[in-house]
Design a binder for this molecule. Structure first.
Ligand code: PLP
Length: 473
C-alpha cells in the first residue's frame, strides 16, 4: 500500500528502482504481455492495429485512450471458447458476462454482443448503455449493493436475465416491484464466502467485513434463500453468486469459493427441493501491468476452474449447475493504452545524494486514478522514436495539483527523453476511463479504436464547455 495521507512521496523510501523492476537490455522493447497483440514498432514508432501512433496523436490529440478492437474481441472470444470447452467436456456449460464496470460505452457493448457474451451492469447508467445498443435483456445481469427502486424497475422492464440481490432490503424491494409489475423477477443471491483472494486489500471483496453480499458463516445466506423462496409469485431463485476479488493470477482462490457455494447449493436442493440452475463464480482474473506480472491464459483458467467445479460438485453430491464467470479487466485491460505527451523533464535532488527524474505528462490522476488510489503499478514506453541513449529511471507524473498524482511510479525511459516526446502506458483499459474524473477542470480524454489501419473515435473528448454546461448561474 503506497497511498499515504501526506502524499505518495512520503510513503516510500527515496532512491533506486523497486526490486521487481529489471534494468532493461533494450529500453525501446515492447513486452508482449503488456500490449495488444498487434503492437509493434515500425521505423521506431509505436504502431497498433496498423495505425501509427504519432499520426493518431496528431489527429486526435493527447492524452487519448487507444483501444485495439480486434484485441478486445479476441480476448472476449478466448474467454467464451476456452471456458466453454472444458466445461462442455464435463457435461456442463458456462456463460461469460463481461463486467461492464471495467469499461463500457456503446461500441464496446456492441462488440460484447457480437462476440456472443453476456453483459454485467451495476447501475441504471450501465443498463442504459445496454438499452441504447439493444443488448438482449435476457443476456444482461444487474449487480450492485444498493440498487434504487428506479434501477430495479428499469431492469425488470428491460427483462434482464437476472438481478443479483445483495441485502434483505433489496430482496424486499425487488419483490415489491416485481409484484407491482406482475412479473417474476429472476434473482441470484450474492454470497460472501470468506475467501481472501491474493490481491490488494482495497479491491478484495470477499472479506466478511465488507459491504457486499450475504455471509455464509452467520447463516445470513440461508435466510436470504428462505426470503426469496417465500415469494414464488414475485421472485424465482436462479442461483448463487460470489466474487472473490481482483487481479487474481491462479484458480486456487476459486477452489474454496466453489466448494462453499456448492455446499449451500446442495443444501438448498435437499432442504427446499430447489435445484438452482446457475452458479456464478465472478470475475477478477489478473492481467500484466508490468514485467512483474505473469497472468494465466483463459485456457488455463478455464481448464483449472472446470476441474475444480467438477470435483466440488462430486464432493457435494450434486449435478454441475451452469457456471457463470464475469471477467472485466482480463478482457479490456490489455486491449487499451493511454497516449500522453511529455511536457517537462525535471531532476530532483533527494536525500543521500540520489536524484529522481520527474517526467510530467498532459494527463494524470484524472484519466488514471489507480496509482493514486491504491498504489497500482504501471509501465511506460516511448511512442514517437527509438532512442540509443540508454535507460534512465524516471517517475511519470500528471499535471494535477496533488503530489500523489503519479501515473507510473518507476520506469526506465530513454535518458534523452524531452518535452514533445510521446509516451504510452499499457494496460489502461480497465478502471481508468471508467474511474476518470475532471479534477482541475481537465476534460476527459477520448477513446479511439484502432483496427485494420483505421482509427475512429468511440468516445469523444470532453470539452471545457461540457464541464461548464453543468454550472447554473
Ligand atoms: C468488479 C467485478 C467484476 C469484474 O472484476 P475484474 O477484476 O474486472 O475481472 C466481476 N464481478 C463482480 C461482481 C464485480 O464486482
Amino acid at each position: 500500500m503506497r497511498a499515504h495521507e501526506a502524499g505518495a512521496l512520503h510513503a516510500d523510501g527515496y532512491g533506486g528502482p523497486p526490486q521487481w523492476l529489471p534494468y532493461p537490455g533494450d529500453v525501446n522493447a515492447l513486452l508482449p504481455q503488456l500490449w495488444p497483440v498487434s503492437a509493434r514498432r515500425e521505423n521506431g514508432r509505436l504502431n497498433v492495429g496498423g495505425v501509427d501512433m504519432v499520426a493518431l496523436a496528431q489527429e486526435f490529440g493527447t492524452p487519448a485512450y487507444v483501444i485495439d478492437e480486434l484485441d478486445f474481441r479476441q480476448r472476449a472470444a478466448a474467454f467464451r471458447d476456452d471456458f466453454s470447452a472444458p466445461f462442455k467436456a464435463r457435461g456442463g456449460g458456462v456463460d461469460v458476462y463481461y463486467a461492464g464496470k471495467a469499461f463500457l460505452c456503446t461500441q464496446v457493448a456492441r462488440w460484447v454482443m457480437d462476440e456472443g457474451l453476456m453483459l454485467d451492469v451495476c447501475s441504471g447508467g450501465e443498463l442504459a448503455v445496454a438499452q441504447r445498443v439493444g443488448f438482449p435483456g435476457e443476456r444482461v445481469e444487474m449487480h450492485g449493493n444498493n440498487k434504487s427502486a428506479a434501477e430495479i424497475e428499469a431492469a425488470l422492464a428491460y427483462g434482464v436475465g437476472r438481478i443479483v440481490a445483495d441485502s434483505f432490503d433489496e430482496i424486499a424491494r425487488i419483490a415489491a416491484i416485481a409484484r407491482d409489475r406482475g412479473v417474476v423477477a429472476p434473482v441470484m443471491l450474492r454470497i460472501t464466502v470468506g475467501v481472501e483472494a491474493h490481491t490488494h486489500e482495497y479491491i478484495a471483496t470477499a472479506h466478511e467485513d465488507q459491504k457486499f453480499g450475504f455471509s455464509l458463516n452467520s447463516g445470513q445466506a440461508e435466510r436470504a434463500v428462505q426470503a426469496v423462496l417465500a415469494e414464488p409469485d414475485a421472485m424465482q431463485l436462479v442461483g448463487l453468486h460470489s466474487h472473490i476479488g481482483s487481479q487474481i493470477f491462479d484458480v486456487a482462490g476459486f477452489e474454496v469459493a466453489a466448494a462453499r457455494l456448492l455446499r449451500l447449493h446442495a443444501h438448498i436442493a435437499e432442504r427446499y427441493g430447489q435445484v438452482l440452475e446457475h452458479l456464478d463464480l465472478g470475475g477478477g482474473f489478473g492481467i500484466a501491468y508490468t514485467s512483474e506480472n505473469t497472468p494465466a491464459t483463459a485456457a488455463d483458467l478455464g481448464a483449472g476452474m472446470a476441474a475444480i467445479v467438477e470435483r466440488e460438485c462430486a464432493a457435494a453430491g450434486v449435478a454441475m449447475p451452469r457456471i457463470s464467470i464475469e471477467p472485466g479487466r482480463a478482457i479490456v485491460g490489455s486491449s487499451t493504452f493511454t497516449l500522453y505527451e511529455v511536457g517537462t523533464v525535471k531532476e530532483v535532488d533527494l536525500d543521500g545524494g540520489m536524484r529522481r527524474r520527474y517526467v510530467s505528462v498532459d494527463g494524470g490522476m484524472s484519466d488514471n486514478v489507480r496509482t493514486a488510489l491504491y498504489g497500482a503499478d504501471y509501465s511506460c514506453t516511448t511512442v514517437n522514436r527509438e532512442s540509443q541513449a540508454g535507460p534512465a529511471l524516471a517517475r511519470v507524473v500528471g499535471k494535477h495539483c496533488e503530489s500523489g498524482d503519479i501515473v507510473v511510479m518507476d520506469e526506465y525511459l530513454p535518458a534523452d527523453l524531452h518535452p514533445g516526446d510521446l509516451l504510452a502506458v499499457p494496460g489502461t483499459g480497465a478502471y481508468c476511463r471508467a474511474l476518470s474524473n475532471q479534477y482541475n477542470h481537465i476534460p476527459r480524454p477520448p477513446v479511439v479504436a484502432v483496427r485494420d489501419g483505421n482509427a475512429r473515435v468511440i468516445v469523444r473528448r470532453e470539452s471545457v464547455e461540457d464541464i461548464l454546461a453543468l454550472d447554473v448561474d
